[in-house]
Design a binder for this molecule. Structure first.
Ligand code: KG4
Ligand code: ZN
Length: 334
């Protein structure tokens, strides 16, 4: 079965072709980051218009790389939400038109569940549920108990900024452009993570909060305009990593499982990976990270989630359903 995935929820225009649920034949991601950089964040109207412009080319490129003809596609999965409504509409309209034209079923996928399926693609067989997933991206910070694929329990989420958003805002203060997560990661390697004392917000509760940490950096820079940027980047990153690692370890213990899966754009962070590896080795837990290309937004994860729901649903959608999306937005329990 060939599955076409389409993802346009934020500022990446992405199309992928999978064979079955795990074999990625092509995954093309066009990032709009350059377009939004001067605004210091994603401008929804610009994002929608650029998706409209680029999506047909990204689709062509994905088909060409996969060596699959459009007529061979058996199922289409598209990000249904959450995301920017105008941006989602572009992907959804394309998916609906293709499904109608090809006479194949269409499935809507929850973007957050899509991130979980990045793990399913690469290690899902070797490291199956149950596990605790830390989903850390530009828009979300969630701890999820994945009891099984399709069966989730939300353990905690951010009350304000997402972890990636905090990276991006602090990066802006440090003049690192947008998005700034990877740039902070690089700069931090030259800094001392213990140089500047910063708060570890909500270390004890179930939820996360990162806006206070960002404000602490604002005040620190105001009072120490000559502070070493690398030390500030390293200290900030360490504070975020401390909170994420501590709370995830606590959650995995409470959930009585011994596996952690970290997904989303911030899972690309090298210090986060290193700290998880270290702590899990000590505590005897297994930790899995998808490869970087599957951590950040992509359509392979959307196609994988669509394939799972299509093959596991007692009544999978058919073209006769009129190309309405499946009733499930994907995340039972969330
Ligand atoms: O999952 P993603 O591509 O998009 C959303 O769904 O939000 O995540 C993007 C986020 C951005 O905030 C970006 O700064 C962050 O992931 N990010 C990183 C790193 N690479 C990307 N944050 C920290 N360290 C990194 N190496
Ligand atoms: Zn995402």
């Amino acid at each position: 079965m060939y599955v076409l995935g389409i993802e346009t929820s934020c500022d990446e225009t992405a199309v992928a072709v999978l064979e079955g649920g795990r074999r990625v034949l092509a995954s093309v991601v066009y990032s709009q980051a350059k377009l939004h950089e001067k605004y210091g964040g994603v401008v929804p109207e610009i994002a929608s218009r650029d998706h409209l412009r680029k999506l047909p080319y990204v689709l062509d490129e994905a088909l060409e790389r996969s060596q699959i003809d459009l007529n061979e596609i058996d199922l289409i999965g598209v990000t249904q939400g959450p995301g920017l409504v105008g941006a989602l509409l572009i992907g959804f309209s394309m998916a609906k038109g293709l499904a109608y034209g090809l006479d194949v079923p269409l499935l809507g996928v929850n973007h957050l569940e899509g991130h979980l399926f990045a793990h399913h693609i690469e290690q899902g067989e070797e490291a199956p549920p149950p596990f605790v997933a830390l989903l850390v991206s530009g828009g979300h910070t969630l701890l999820i108990h994945v009891r099984d694929w399709g069966d989730y329990e939300l353990l905690g989420e951010t009350r304000d900024d997402a972890a990636g958003e905090a990276f991006d805002k602090v990066g802006k203060l440090l003049g690192l452009g947008y998005p700034a997560g990877a740039a902070i990661d690089r700069l931090a390697r030259a800094g001392d993570p213990g140089a500047i004392e910063l708060p570890r917000p909500m270390l004890d509760g179930d939820d996360f909060s990162f806006s206070g940490l960002k404000t602490a950096v604002v005040y620190y820079l105001r009072d120490h305009p000559d502070a070493r940027r690398a030390d500030l980047a390293a200290s900030f990153q360490e504070a975020v990593v401390d909170v994420l690692v501590t709370k995830t370890l606590r959650a995995v213990e409470a959930a009585r499982t011994d596996r952690i899966v970290v997904v989303g754009g911030v899972a690309a962070n090298s210090r986060l990976r290193e700290r998880f590896q270290m702590e899990c080795e000590v505590q005897g837990y297994e930790v899995c990270f998808p490869s970087i290309e599957l951590c950040t937004d992509n359509a392979a994860m959307i196609a994988a989630a669509a394939h799972f729901h299509y093959t596991h649903s007692p009544s999978p959608p058919s073209p006769e359903d009129g190309f309405t999306l499946s009733p499930q937005p994907g995340m039972r329990g969330i």
